[in-house]
Design a protein around this ligand. Structure first.
Ligand code: ZN
Length: 390
């Protein structure tokens, strides 16, 4: 195996702004170009880090996107605006869901109308350059081959295998083995000679036992409704709203109940993009006029007036929900990241020479050294920008 480099450019030792550069043979591949949750596209230091490291964006061969969350793809627009003219690849669903992230960025996060118009123009160029591939497809570029596997994080989420000289690099992206109804579970990639596993480390120290069952959540919903309270399910991450609706629906049917459930219009659009619209249309479900809400959430009961006001109020409203008044958390616990036991299974299966956790606060990486089955040498966090030659 010839040398390759892995250079985390963003989100390696934190959650947000995910971006990893791989230099393999003659190819330079970027996996994810995220935007931090608190950040705005102006300024965007990530793009200058990418530019500087590559010595010009013209030296970049390909951008791979793992899934449609802001912290994994929110900065592509800025990359295009700075002159990237190559291709972007992801699953078809990710490409379709990306629209919700970018519509949000263009309408809310840009300094003025003129710049918003300019970015709408970059967005149409971006979609032109954005292609999708399916599970089972292989993409040859220069002297490497790339293929995707289901990461189980949200609908359409992919992890990637980069093959080169009969060796491989596995990149999980955000990955999950929880049996979510909308995304299925992660499919471990069958690889030869895994030189490097870049693993989602979000829940590296968690065992996943702190999840509330769907039944317990719906019990809490019923109790709150009986008391005349309203219950809201805030779902900040795209795709989790649909998962929440599906679970709520399943439990409501089981109990032969019927609640009025209100959801943002975009929740239903997302459901139809991921092929679950029919399930939702069969629900006893009313779609509220919640056009201002672009971060989709759902709630049960009467639509409060506050909801028909700007988005900022929505966030205020979330803060005063029954979860604060009552000690019981009303949240469905949707597992969307691998816990430590599941990571051990993945490591056993892929047998990597090295494992690097990304998407992980630094303190968690240090603590992860206590995990029983990991060889200490395998577990390393990498500072953003620190080159790892293998
Ligand atoms: Zn994610």
């Amino acid at each position: 195996m010839k040398e390759f480099s892995f250079i985390p450019l963003g989100g390696a030792n934190s959650i947000g702004e995910s971006c990893s550069l791989f230099e393999v043979g003659n190819a330079r591949i970027l996996v994810d170009v995220g935007l931090g949750f608190q950040e705005r596209p102006f300024p965007n230091n990530l793009i200058s880090r990418i530019d500087k490291t590559l010595n010009g964006l013209g030296n970049l061969d390909l951008v791979l996107i793992t899934h449609a969350h802001r912290d994994h793809l929110g900065s592509i627009l800025k990359l295009m605006a700075n002159g990237y003219k190559g291709y972007i690849y992801s699953s078809k669903i990710t490409r379709q869901l990306a629209k919700y992230v970018f519509d949000d960025i263009i309408s809310d996060d840009l300094p003025n109308r003129e710049i918003a118009d300019l970015y709408a123009h970059y967005a149409s160029y971006m979609y032109q350059q954005w292609h999708s591939f399916d599970l089972g497809d292989r993409l040859d570029i220069k002297d490497i081959t790339i293929w995707p596997f289901n990461a189980g994080h949200i609908a359409g989420s992919f992890g990637y295998v980069i093959e080169y000289d009969s060796s491989s690099i596995v990149i999980t992206g955000d990955a999950s083995l929880y049996p979510n109804l909308s995304s299925g579970i992660m499919n471990f990639p069958n690889v030869e000679n895994c030189e490097l596993l870049i693993c989602d480390g979000t829940a590296v120290n968690k065992m996943g036992t702190d999840f509330l069952s769907d039944e317990a959540v719906v019990d809490a919903v019923e109790i709150s409704l009986d008391k005349g309270e309203k219950v809201i399910f805030p779902c900040f991450a795209l795709g989790k709203d649909v998962e929440t609706l599906l679970r709520l629906e399943r439990e409501i049917i089981r109990r032969k109940k019927s609640f009025d459930i209100f959801a943002a219009q975009s929740t239903f659009e997302v459901a139809s993009v991921i092929g679950l619209g029919r399930n939702l249309s069969k629900m006893k479900c009313k779609v509220a006029e919640l056009k201002e809400i672009t971060s989709p959430g759902i709630f049960v009961g009467r639509v409060p007036k506050q909801f028909c006001t700007p988005k900022s109020t929505y966030y205020d409203y979330l803060d005063i929900l029954p979860s604060k008044k009552s000690p019981i958390s009303h949240y469905f616990s949707i597992g969307t990241h691998l816990n430590s036991a599941q990571i051990e299974l993945l490591v056993d299966f892929t047998k990597p020479k090295r494992t690097v956790f990304v998407h992980t606060p630094e303190r968690d990486i240090n603590n992860s050294l206590t995990l029983s089955h990991f060889n200490k040498e395998k577990v390393n966090g990498r500072k953003n920008g620190k080159r790892e030659d293998v």
